[in-house]
Design a protein around this ligand. Structure first.
Ligand code: FEO
Ligand code: CA
Ligand code: CA
Ligand code: CA
Length: 598
């Protein structure tokens, strides 16, 4: 008969083997459905998906492209329903338009791209007899925000000369949000969305500060600057200063204008996860996804108010505008050596050490104060990378998602990879980034002093060094490596109610497609990593959300392989041969109706 799989509570499933099937593969005894796909109508009046005759107007009422972050929020008074919030990070025009000419995109194609970016809110309903979720179209809370919707800048940068443009002399009103990658939900019922690779949308820069953010001096690949001059920095030099923030959305109020919270700094934000101090102030962790960039933390100065009164909600919508932004300096406590699997270890026998949160600037109701010599507070919040450079922050291997474990308080930092580590004149391996030419990435575990979120000191240790477990330079928190799943390029992270860490991957370099993995963080199975699913060809695994009875992932950019086009896509998921590949959200549940992994 079928033997019950072993594992830590919440992780008792038979691992999915690495594979390259063009489907979502789930463990034995589990089932799945596609919750919603790119192009499905969600707003009143939006037409059905018709990719051969797509229009910007249609797209603005339909589910957007490439989903990264996902949130599921409770919906009171509507049984079996939840509110799904999604980031539409970016678009793949070659997979959206038949015969796409990258040198000469049409205005309609560009405007469809604008409408397919941004955020999506859609009510989903569960099937009573399974874990299946389906969208509730035309629900009054359903919403799309795009590259042309109105957003407001709040906090220390709002109204600054650095963010004024000819279209917005107030420096407070921005059109659009771009490249929203990871995110978070707040304890006061809003969602946070990190603007990541915003550099790619801006052309013709001539400033050194732009260069530090990867903004180029030439035309962009997307050519948006031909259709709206705000993407041409030669004409609107400050427009790029209005992107690269954490956006806060109140998904329960379909008329609310989302805010860009400038007190959290400007960089390639990977998510924003909130926890509260003992006295109720928000602390937000965020990574800057670039090789040799930094890890940040914001500590708010105002306390959250409980309850759902209008005044409490209004108060809580100001929490992220006042507080101090910090950057991490991480030090090993032994002479740095490279992890190489020969058993060679730092002097104290462990890759671990201490660290400091270095204050960069403080925002208050009366104004902002810089803690960085030679930079004003406004400059720190707009040119945050340069502030990190000045204070000697630690150069990391692409900090992706950063999340505290709600059960233990320990903070997990996914460092996705850095093939340039130790190459040429680049920084070499150190204790916290212990592998040169780091192809597969690693995960750090941080413990704030006294386990207080607001502490300015922390301890850290290596939790996971990704790769093929047969590679001696891998490490799975000390767990025996003969029974763990291979993993490469950790990206987004999440926790289940048992305190297990769930890791989705992007760019897996081990010959298998990307996937979702669960790993125990405590007990005698700590470090036992198990693969829960794999995604179709060319896709990265995003989301993820792990509820008691359901796992949700976003399958981002299926079919995105070299040379792919509509005529010759790398994948035909989810609709099959002869169709456009479609980024989509997938739900997974147990066919016997019991909780995940118990
Ligand atoms: Fe959008 Fe850093 O992943
Ligand atoms: Ca050490
Ligand atoms: Ca990410
Ligand atoms: Ca990613």
């Amino acid at each position: 008969g079928h033997q019950k799989p072993k594992g830590a509570r919440g992780l008792r499933f038979t691992p999915v083997a690495p594979n390259t099937a063009d489907v979502v593969t789930v463990p034995e005894g589990y089932d799945q459905n596609v919750v919603i796909r790119w192009g499905e109508p969600i707003l009143r009046g939006a037409p059905a998906f018709d990719p051969e005759n797509q229009t910007a107007e249609a797209q603005a009422g339909q589910f957007g492209y490439n989903v990264d972050f996902l949130a599921l929020l409770p919906l009171k008074g509507e049984r079996g329903r939840q509110l799904l919030v999604a980031n539409h990070e970016y678009t793949d025009e070659v997979l959206m338009f038949r015969g796409y000419d990258a040198d000469n995109p049409t205005r309609e194609q560009v405007e469809i791209g604008w409408a397919a970016h941004g955020l999506g809110v859609v009510v989903v309903e569960e099937d009573r007899r399974s874990g299946k979720l389906t969208p509730v179209t035309r629900h009054h809370l359903n919403r799309r925000l795009t590259a042309t919707s109105e957003f407001r800048l709040t906090g220390p940068v709002a109204g600054s000369d650095l963010v004024k443009t000819s279209a917005d002399p107030t420096g407070r009103k921005v059109l659009g949000t771009l490249n929203n990658c990871a995110g978070g939900t707040t304890p006061w019922g809003t969602t946070l969305h990190g603007e990541e690779n915003f550099n790619q949308y801006f052309a013709h820069s001539s400033r050194a500060t732009d260069k530090r953010y990867g903004i180029g001096t030439g035309a962009t690949e997307r050519k948006w600057e031909r259709f709206d001059k705000r993407f041409d920095l030669a004409q609107e030099p400050n427009e790029a200063h209005r992107f690269g923030y954490v956006v806060e959305l109140d998904p329960y109020d379909p008329d609310s204008v989302p805010r860009k919270r400038t007190a959290l700094g400007r960089f390639k934000h990977e998510g924003a996860t909130v926890r509260l101090t003992h006295d109720g102030r928000p602390v937000v962790y965020s990574g800057d996804d670039e090789r040799f960039d930094y890890l940040y933390k914001f500590v708010g100065s105002k306390r959250m108010r409980h309850g759902n009164s209008r005044s409490a909600r209004e108060h809580n919508l100001t929490l992220l505008d006042e507080g101090t932004l910090y950057v991490a300096r991480i030090t090993g406590d032994s002479p740095a050596i490279e992890i190489d699997g020969t058993g060679k270890l730092p002097k104290d026998g462990e890759f671990d050490g201490g660290g400091q949160w270095i204050p960069l600037a403080t925002a208050t109701a009366k104004g902002a104060v810089s803690h960085v010599d030679g930079m004003t507070a406004e400059e720190v919040f707009v040119f945050t990378r340069l502030a990190g450079d000045k204070v000697g922050a630690t150069k990391m291997d692409r900090p992706e998602d950063v999340e505290p474990n709600p059960v233990t308080g320990k903070v997990y930092v996914a460092l996705t990879n850095n093939s340039n580590r130790g190459v040429g004149s680049n920084p070499k391996a150190d204790e916290a980034n212990p592998r040169n030419a780091n192809k597969h990435g690693h995960v750090l575990e941080l413990t704030e002093r006294w386990n207080r979120p607001e502490s300015t000191k922390f301890a850290w240790s290596l939790f996971l060094v990704a790769g093929d477990p047969k590679d001696p330079a891998t490490y799975f928190a000390g767990f025996p490596k003969d029974s763990v799943s291979p993993i490469s390029c950790p990206d987004n992270v999440a926790f289940d109610d048992h305190g297990n860490l769930w890791i989705s991957t992007d760019g897996a370099a081990l010959g298998s497609h990307d996937g979702l993995f669960g790993v125990a963080t405590r007990g005698d199975r700590r470090g036992e990593l198990k693969q829960f699913l794999t995604v179709p060809k060319g896709a990265e695994t995003c989301g993820p959300i792990v509820q008691d009875r359901r796992v949700l992932v976003a399958v981002q950019h299926p079919g995105e392989v070299d040379g792919a086009s509509v005529e010759n896509p790398g994948s035909t998921w989810p609709d099959g041969p002869g169709t456009y590949p479609r980024p989509a959200v997938v739900a997974v549940w147990r066919t016997d109706g019991r909780d995940i992994g118990v």
